[in-house]
Write a protein that binds this ligand. Structure first.
Ligand SMILES: N[C@H](CCC[C@H](N)C(=O)O)C(=O)O
Length: 289
């Protein structure tokens, strides 16, 4: 049965969006992975489904599957693309605010003045059992684990937080030379992260400006990670390395996201772009594809 989809991206983090508001079941994880495959399928970092609202006052809900078929509780760039998709569909207002809900919480959405969206991303959770982070009882600004690096053992320091999905944040002197491809998967596989994690590598340029690269759970390094940008600001603000009270510019390889951490309310909001790339219909691949 042909499958209609919309290809979108948020700062280069790309998505296949399916409209399942009629109640049709989402593709199983193996089919999600086949759709996400950049050679045998459409190709995307995540697959997003638009579904009926789960919370009162919400216009729609969305769910998230990574390129390997694994589900996630949050996708910041995906939230902006779902918002843009609903506005273009006429299901959300072209001005003013509205609410959508992800697997982890409801999100108030507003239009920004650059054609993108501001998304309330919720409260960062630092307690180890909320991340989850194993082997630590109390929330810390700084954790340390040992990683095997060939014959050597290296000590890695990081911050950790949940934005509805698990994140580690490693502060580096220069994101361009950070060993993302080795340290990212090694820390994901560490016993400290029983559900794996998205691994951010953050370089502080000033109290209001950071650079970030993210090795995402279920994908690998992406051009941008919205929840990762929120996680980096939360961890760095908790350490006093940036001024979370004002808007922080987070420059990722695919573009800039604007993050504000209201320490009094304890909530984080994210602003950034959402782009449509194409609409298409794919033949549902049978077995052997
Ligand atoms: N890989 C993430 C989901 C997508 C997050 C990212 N694309 C974003 O914009 O937040 C996870 O497994 O938790």
């Amino acid at each position: 049965m042909p499958l209609h989809f919309t290809k979108m991206h948020g700062a280069g983090n790309d998505f296949v969006v399916l409209d399942l508001r009629d109640g049709a079941p989402p593709p199983d994880p193996a089919t999600c992975a086949r759709i996400a495959d950049r050679h045998m399928g459409v190709g995307c970092d995540q697959l997003l489904t638009v579904e009926a609202p789960r919370e009162a006052g919400s216009l729609a809900s969305y769910r998230i599957w990574n390129a390997d078929g694994s589900p996630s509780g949050q996708c910041g760039n995906g939230a902006r693309c779902i918002a843009a998709w609903l506005v273009r569909d006429g299901a959300a207002p072209a001005q003013g605010e509205f609410v959508i809900d992800s697997p982890s919480r409801s999100h108030r959405v507003a239009h920004d003045d650059e054609g993108g969206f501001l998304i309330e991303m919720g409260t960062p959770r630092f307690a180890p059992d909320e991340i989850p982070l194993a082997g630590f009882l109390q929330a810390q600004d700084d954790y340390a684990v040992q990683l095997a690096n060939g014959e050597r053992i290296e000590h890695l320091r990081f911050g950790a937080v949940s934005m509805g999905n698990p994140h580690a944040v490693i502060e580096v002197a220069d994101v361009d030379t950070a060993d993302v491809a080795r340290i990212g998967p090694a820390l994901q596989r560490h016993a400290a992260f029983p559900d794996s994690a998205n691994i951010g590598f953050a370089q502080v340029l000033s109290p209001g400006h950071i650079r970030l690269r993210v090795f995402e759970r279920g994908v690998g390094e992406t051009l941008a990670c919205g929840s990762g940008a929120c996680a980096a600001v939360a961890v760095l603000a908790a350490r006093g390395r940036i001024d979370g009270e004002r808007e922080v510019a987070v420059d990722l390889p695919g573009g800039r996201l604007r993050i504000r951490y209201d320490r009094h309310a304890g909530t984080i909001s994210m602003g950034g772009p959402a782009a449509f790339v194409f609409e298409a219909t794919m033949q549902q691949q049978g077995s052997g594809a």
